[in-house]
Design a protein around this ligand. Structure first.
Ligand code: SF4
Length: 494
């Protein structure tokens, strides 16, 4: 008996075979997979599908760190491709059911992965809530990038949590676990021996987010696979964190350890010669002072290089030429605020002039442009949409332009924390206004106002949000199900 199981879907043999076939096919295509038997087995769960999850460098780092401990083995598990018809989740390396592992280590990137985490618990037949799980159920450890903003939503789900960057802690975690493999003893010992670990059921004191020294960098890919967004790419972290101060961002330097650089020599030396595609990863990769040299050397070595982000004020013609040589066809930039005044309010150092210069560089190279912007910002008006549309028409004329629009969601640990959501109707109306003005000039892709509203409820919410998510997902997961669950919990829905 493993606690009160949630509703289990009906088992269909066809789905079981298809799932197994997909796993075996994907394993065959992978390079770097670690197959290992060990006394303690960790199921490393990413509540997103395989295709998205395998581009997560953080997941690959935790996989390697657990496998480095002699008596531990880590095996990956993902949200099934069709979670509604899945009756279990198998760990890829051994096809063991995730529920049979000693530890389930979950990596959460952002708020809207929490509903999928609830779907995963439903598939494996375990209650998502620690208090309802049997003492013999696997220990549930949660960490990941969400911990930079708000992990309190998962307070009732986790047996223990690691807030912040995991390097150096996994070794300590394994050490305490091997001396106290029984869950209750481990949960007693862990916070005493590792102050950075939070055990919500025994301590209400949330430890501060942890940041590592640059000496442990860079993180690099362990597994290369063609079946992911960045297929067959070797990812290497050329820097971690950010030295800028955008007020909406959880990576801003005041709240983190700032930017930690990896020298170009190290990046070039660690990049395997026989892998063509290289991805330089980091929150502010283009701010690396040796970037041009680093990309130039990698390209000269026969690699194609892509960057995880490109700041508009760091765009230069030689850099774009190197990236174009590597196959870059679309220049992706972020304005974030629709007008100069709103960007100033966000402390986003991007000027109209810089955006127009980036557009010109793309135009001269026949590149498409992807421009990101947020709407529903504090102090924003309908007229700001008109001003932005005017600027886009003027500055980006003659380009294939796609506009990525996201409603603003205020996050904890930022100066814009606690700001309310602009309102679903307000955001939808502004989006409509923008779309009308830019018809035929740009292809607009937007995050739905309704889902941004739910993301805001998570970002600003507490442990009740996990219970709301569980109910909404169990009732079907449509917006109407969320609305009902939020209203029942006494939350405002508009
Ligand atoms: S938005 Fe980008 S540039 Fe600004 S603080 Fe965050 S990571 Fe840095």
């Amino acid at each position: 008996m493993r606690g009160i199981p949630p509703q289990r879907p009906h088992i269909r043999l066809h789905d079981v075979f298809k799932n197994m076939k997909d796993i075996l096919r994907r394993l065959k295509l992978e390079r770097g997979t670690i197959y290992k038997h060990a006394k303690y087995r960790v199921g490393l769960l990413k509540p997103s599908n395989y295709f998205l999850s395998m581009s997560s460098l953080g997941l690959q780092v935790i996989y390697r760190l657990f496998n480095e401990a002699d008596d531990f083995c880590a095996q990956r598990a993902f949200l099934p491709d069709d979670p509604e018809n899945e009756h279990t989740i198998l760990c890829y390396e051994s096809r063991t059911p995730l529920a049979n592992m000693d530890i389930i280590a979950i990596s959460i990137a952002y708020e809207l992965e929490i509903p999928d985490l609830m779907r995963c618990f439903k598939c494996i037949g375990l209650s998502p809530f620690a208090a309802q799980r049997d003492i013999n159920a696997p220990l549930v450890l949660i960490g990941g990038p969400l911990s930079f903003s708000n992990m309190e939503t998962l307070r009732d789900v986790a047996d223990c949590m690691i807030l912040g960057e995991g390097e150096g802690l996994i070794e300590k975690f394994c050490d305490v676990y091997r001396r106290h493999p029984h869950k209750s003893l481990f949960l007693d010992a862990a916070p005493k021996e590792i102050p950075e670990v939070w055990t919500p059921r025994t301590s209400h004191l949330i430890p501060p987010c942890r940041f590592v020294d640059k000496s442990v960098l860079p993180a690099t890919s362990q597994i290369i696979t063609p079946e992911t967004e960045f297929g067959d790419m070797f990812m290497i972290e050329s820097e971690r964190g950010c030295h800028r101060r955008c007020k909406f961002c959880v990576m801003r330097r005041e709240e983190t350890a700032g930017m930690r650089l990896v020298p170009a020599d190290t990046v070039c030396a660690l990049t395997p010669r026989d892998i063509k595609k290289v991805g330089l990863v980091g929150a502010a990769v283009s701010d690396h002072p040796e970037l041009l040299d680093m990309v130039g050397r990698l390209v000269a070595d026969g690699h194609t290089v892509s960057l995880s982000s490109l700041r508009t004020d760091r765009i230069s013609e030689p850099l774009i030429d190197l990236l174009a040589q590597s196959g870059l066809k679309t220049l992706t930039i972020a304005a974030d605020g629709p007008t100069e005044a709103l960007r100033k309010m966000l402390t986003k150092d991007v000027s109209e002039e810089q955006l127009m210069r980036a557009a010109q560089i793309a135009r001269e190279r026949n590149m498409a442009v992807k421009l990101y912007v947020m709407i529903g910002l504090p102090g924003e008006t309908d007229e700001d949409m008109d001003e932005f549309a005017r600027f886009v028409i003027e500055g980006f004329s003659g380009l294939r332009l796609s506009l990525g629009v996201s409603p603003f969601v205020s996050k904890r640990h930022t100066p814009l924390d606690q700001l309310p959501f602009a309102g679903i109707k307000v955001v939808e109306n502004r989006l409509k206004r923008l779309s009308q003005k830019l018809r035929g000039k740009a292809e607009i892709r937007s995050v739905s106002a309704k889902w941004a509203f739910i993301e805001h409820a998570f970002a600003q919410g507490g442990p009740e949000m996990a219970h709301i998510a569980y109910e909404a997902v169990n009732n079907g997961g449509k917006f109407s199900d969320w609305k009902r669950a939020l209203l029942k919990a006494g939350k405002n829905v508009e």
